[in-house]
Write a protein that binds this ligand. Sequence first.
Ligand SMILES: Nc1nc2c(c(=O)[nH]1)N[C@H]1C(S)=C(S)[C@@H](COP(=O)(O)O)O[C@H]1N2
Ligand SMILES: [Mo]
Length: 315
Amino acid sequence: MPTYRPPKIASSEITPRQVYVRRREFLGAAALGAMALYGAGKASAAALSAVQSKYKVDDKTTPLKDVTTYNNFYEFGLDKGDPAALSGDFKPLPWTVKVDGMVNKPGTFDIEALMKEFPIEERTYRMRCVEAWSMVIPWDGFPLASLLDKVEPLGSAKYVAFETVVRPEEMPGQKGLFQSLDWPYVEGLRLDEARHPLTLLAVGLYGETLPNQNGAPIRLVVPWKYGFKGIKSIVRITLTDQQPKNTWQVTNPQEYGFYANVNPAVDHPRWSQATERRIGESGFFGASRHPTLPFNGYADEVASLYAGMELKANF
Ligand SMILES: Nc1nc2c(c(=O)[nH]1)N[C@H]1C(S)=C(S)[C@@H](COP(=O)(O)O)O[C@H]1N2
Ligand SMILES: [Mo]
């Protein structure tokens, strides 16, 4: 029952008065309670023993404080500060991920067991949001390919579909007075993209388990694509021969596509994608801007996946 659909634009770009007023009503006293809990949630972050990986960009990493307080996670609200402030009630453990569909060995896997089974690597990736800001984040995780190998995709599988948990009792954005997106949040990759060695299932950042606001306990990281492909708090992964739906394309197909490869040559209909604001860096004229690179700087590794494809049409 979507009672209210926001305009086809992120709240960071505009906050219509209607949304703003309803947000304030809905936050009310509950927000204060959640903020207190946030302190407790942070204290529960556990150290990870990760091995350094060769995947490491030289850019200065974004301060932890920015990585954990400037977030997009609409299940917890529309503003950048909402996920940190309102995710204190969320319980990331215990957790299982169901992997099913076109595979030989479907299964439901305990996340803590997977973290013991697969070596955890630390990889510093450039991350680029479709809203023209970016961060540089040291993620801890294992390649999605490791999990896919375990379930043995059938030869006929062509895509991988992902689904976020639905828990309105713990995720205030899922039961707000307004409906921002259709839940669950869903995403998808082509199977060759999913198997690419850069594609990571992150379970931590900066050497500690993932904070709730960053997608605890397990989220996708695909560094050559816009940030929205990085679906958080994953409960299901399904191998399929049909191109999966993805939440932002469903919400606004004119502006967001399936591929979402970072491309400075293809502007968003309402803003340029040529440069990006690097969060946590400030310059004399405000946050410093960096040129946006094709495939977010990962062209050498991934451009061949799209050989012969018209990238303007397949945005
Ligand atoms: N389930 C879910 N996953 C999500 C989102 C969301 O709203 N819900 N936002 C996406 C967007 S737009 C971005 S930019 C990244 C932000 O990840 P970060 O907060 O860890 O930087 O998460 C992505 N994954
Ligand atoms: Mo984003």
